[in-house]
Design a protein around this ligand. Structure first.
Ligand code: APR
Length: 235
């Protein structure tokens, strides 16, 4: 039986591809205020600023490529049953070849109706959402992003996936944003090993499972970890 591996990623996994994290000293939240660009209130009262912020993120992301960390995660599918749960809105896991990717906080390359959350559209061309673009129900389009203060529709799905994991790998997240960070508590039991790849000090104080912290950046630490697991599990 293939081991079931769940990989839970944050902005740090894309840092080595040149995408800014949020809470590092050079991170996005050092230059923008969350309440100006990432809340439902901001979208209501400051629509142009919010749309422009995500247009810039989208334009920037189009030039980025997966790094060795994304690629190593995708490579595990040769010998393991792998699901990626990411907080990231970029599509670098998909570009790296990962087949099952759950986006907890939405996707940059999608827009949706402000009225009907089921009306979701892929952006197939370019990066720009125009301010007056509308969905087919007539409502304005908005970025398909989970703003602060909004519920996280994929959270229950993610919990179920984590609870079936034999191994949980966490990469590049400060574990500061809930409910996403609480996923680490949904492992089946206290024996499930948790590996963390992060050059910083994410908030792991509450984790009671066996925890191995590889204090490296993603492009270095993830391939090392994957090689170690491959030697242990690949037949
Ligand atoms: N490789 C791996 N990890 C890295 C690297 C790197 N090269 N550089 C930085 N990191 C780590 C940092 O040490 C930190 O632990 O990535 C983490 C980034 O943390 P945050 O900026 O808080 O990003 P994240 O945890 O993904 O944020 C969660 O917050 O604003 C929201 O919605 C946004 O999904 C995001 C959520």
């Amino acid at each position: 039986m293939k081991p079931r591996i769940v990989v839970f990623t944050g902005a740090g996994v894309s840092a080595d591809s040149g995408i800014s994290t949020f809470r590092d000293s050079d991170g996005l939240w050092a230059n923008y205020r969350i309440e100006d660009v990432c809340t439902p209130e901001a979208l209501r009262h400051n629509r142009a600023t919010v749309i422009e912020f995500y247009n810039m993120r989208r334009r920037e992301s189009l030039t980025k490529k997966p790094n060795a960390g994304h690629l190593a995660i995708a490579s595990m599918e040769e010998w393991a049953d792998v699901t990626v749960i990411t907080q990231n809105v970029d599509n670098l896991h998909e570009q790296a070849g990962s087949q099952r990717v759950v986006h907890l906080h939405g996707e940059l390359m999608k827009l949706r109706s402000e009225r009907n959350p089921e009306l979701i559209y892929d952006i197939n061309d370019g990066w720009e959402q125009s301010l007056d673009a509308r969905a087919e129900d007539g409502a304005l389009l908005r970025p398909h992003i989970v703003f602060f203060g909004e519920s996280v529709p994929m959270f229950d799905t993610a919990c179920k996936i984590v609870s079936a994991a034999d191994i949980l790998i966490v990469v590049g997240t400060s574990l500061a944003v809930y409910p996403a960070a609480s996923l680490v508590f949904y492992v089946r039991d206290r024996q499930v090993p948790i590996y963390l790849v992060d050059p910083g000090e994410p908030d792991t104080a509450m984790i009671r499972n066996p925890l191995t912290h590889i204090k490296e950046r993603g492009a270095v630490g993830v391939p090392q970890l994957v090689e170690m697991l491959r030697n242990e599990f690949a037949k």
